[in-house]
Write a protein that binds this ligand. Structure first.
Ligand SMILES: C[S@@+](CC[C@H](N)C(=O)[O-])C[C@H]1O[C@@H](n2cnc3c(N)ncnc32)[C@H](O)[C@@H]1O
Length: 242
């Protein structure tokens, strides 16, 4: 079993942009999601993107006039972001998203945690800590958004084998194994090599976070909460600080 950081650094990071369909398609999808969020942000507002990856949401946010702090534990994915952001006002921070407060010098108008990043936290205690921190940093009207997969109902049998992406030279398949509070994600990568196909497997743990549990935690920390369908079968929780 790998840690999340090891899994991204050694396995998923180098192929992440390919997995997301390439830079142009991924940034278009990120832009469509930012458009759908309709954030109450003014030009020049500070927005935090936690687990920003290669900048799928940070880059569209900055293109729309936000100043973005993009935090991620993967140096490789932040290097990709560095190559894509051009002159946009995005500060890339290599670190743990739970330490986000030490990178703020002013109150953000929004905190985003998109694309199943929140499920990478080790347990529900860490989710509670994140929400408490977001609640204390956001001014009234500020918004916290998380999009993630609802793993609360386990997939069974063959459903647990999920084709992610493939082309002539690479095939990525995911296999899910359920524990009571977590799901073990096995990413199986076949890559064409001069000697034939090469297979590598890496496994890490994700949290089974019921959307209603996150919503309840947000409400008890002073947020009004709305749930809606997100991209690619994810759930999206939008929470506004009262
Ligand atoms: C599934 S990707 C989502 C990336 C991006 N938000 C998107 O929607 O494309 C999860 C990201 O969270 C990062 N990550 C996971 N745990 C983290 C942590 N504790 N602190 C900072 N980044 C983390 C990973 O390195 C990865 O880039």
């Amino acid at each position: 079993m790998s840690t999340v950081a090891e899994h991204y650094e050694r396995h998923l990071g180098p192929i992440y942009l390919w997995m997301a369909g390439g830079a142009q398609a991924a940034l278009q999808a990120g832009d469509a999601e930012i458009e759908a969020l309709n954030l109450p942000a003014a030009r020049g507002d500070l927005v935090l993107d936690l687990g920003a990856g290669f900048g799928m949401h940070s880059i569209p946010l900055a293109r729309r006039g936000a100043r973005v702090v993009a935090i991620d534990s993967s140096a490789g994915l932040l290097a990709t972001l560095g190559g894509l952001r051009g002159e946009l006002p995005i500060q890339a921070v290599n670190g743990d998203l739970l330490g986000f407060q030490s990178h703020l010098t002013e109150s953000p108008s929004a905190i985003l945690c998109m694309g199943d990043t929140i499920a990478h936290l080790p347990d529900f205690g860490a989710v509670e800590k994140l929400i408490e921190q977001a609640s204390s940093e956001l001014a009234p009207g500020g918004v916290f958004v998380a999009s993630f997969r609802d793993y609360s109902e386990p997939l069974r049998g063959k459903e647990r084998f999920i084709p992610v992406r493939s082309d002539a030279n690479r095939i990525l398949t995911c296999f899910l194994e359920y524990e009571p509070e977590a799901v073990l994600v096995h990413d199986i990568l076949h890559e064409r090599a001069p000697e034939g196909w090469r297979t590598r497997v890496s496994c890490y743990r994700k949290l089974r976070l019921p959307p209603e549990r996150l919503a309840g935690c947000l409400r008890s920390n002073g947020f009004e909460v709305r749930r809606e369908p997100g991209m690619r079968g994810m759930v999206r929780i939008l929470a506004q600080r009262v």
